[in-house]
Design a protein around this ligand. Sequence first.
Ligand SMILES: Cc1cc2nc3c(=O)[nH]c(=O)nc-3n(C[C@H](O)[C@H](O)[C@H](O)COP(=O)(O)O)c2cc1C
Length: 364
Amino acid sequence: MNPFDVLSVEIRGESHSPCISVEIGNLPLGESFAFAETEECLARRKSGKYLFSTPRREDDSPVWESGVEARGDEGVITGTVKARIDNRNIRPADYTYTRTPRPSHADYTSFVKDGADAAASGGGRFSGRMTAPLVIAGAIAKSLLRKRGVEVAAYISRLAGVSGKKSDCDIPSPDEIRACLDLPLPMITGGEEAAAKVAEIAKRGDSAGGVVECVAYGLPAGLGDNLWQGLESKISAVLYGIPAVKGVEFGAGFAIADMTGAVANDAFVIKDGAVATATNNAGGINGGISNGMPLVVRAAFRPTPSVSLPQRTVDLTTMTETEISVKGRHDATVVPRATVVTECAVALALYDEMLKRDRENKRP
Ligand SMILES: Cc1cc2nc3c(=O)[nH]c(=O)nc-3n(C[C@H](O)[C@H](O)[C@H](O)COP(=O)(O)O)c2cc1C
């Protein structure tokens, strides 16, 4: 299912196939995006940029196959954009878990759905590697959104139980987020404490999870609609497409359930001559429609399923219980690399919503 109304985004390939690719249809022809945005986003996703990433190193340089014409630093959209990333550092033999599935990876479910013959190496099409083409699409959306005054930025707000934000009700500014992106962990606070904690977890052969907070600044009021056409529905659908996302919340999120109405409600005020809200517990969305406040969404990432600590699993050929200790190259936590993936997923959802509104406004 494609969660978009206007765009079509197809991601192909596998973790250890010769290449991974993305095809983005229905982008506005003649508009241009900054190549620097795709480069910067891919660099933030690449292993080695942040702590605790897999030792598998990939160059991740996109090959623009069609639909883009280079004009200086910009790519002009001339049709369906097709881009490819060649997988150079593949070791499929290291990752064959079809007989003894890794607990909580997609080995067992893909075996049930597609059979052992279809099972691919290293998570196949379920691998975190599939987020590289997603980042190409999202970076284009980010660049096009910026031209419309919308800035999307994400950082780690929680890692291995350590908070990465100044306070629970604080919405960081774009500059505060930007300033932390080149640190060893993209956290506004708590980076050193979190690094020590994850290091200790990884040393035991275990892995850690966390939360990425993403903020969209400058989003106009009036985007979205009710029920499944709502902004929360679309953003959630795109975010849940990211491997390892197990929860999505907006604004105060699950904490809003413990508030009273008077506390939870975001009072309307006039700020600089425009309608605003005094608080932002709704995360910038009322009734599925943006209200003009910063959109705040968080994605919870599970700890990496592949851990070297011995775990119980089953042998699917003998139907007996056994043990697995996962080898190979894995992220001790996927959260640092997933930060830009979250940002790109949110940008895609928002840009699609803007294109949908353009289309609706053009109708007679
Ligand atoms: C950027 C990124 C990198 C990932 N790296 C790994 C990894 O090295 N090892 C692993 O077992 N899972 C990794 N994952 C998570 C798995 O792909 C994911 O947990 C698995 O496909 C099962 O899907 P689910 O957790 O959504 O149920 C990564 C995810 C992302 C987003």
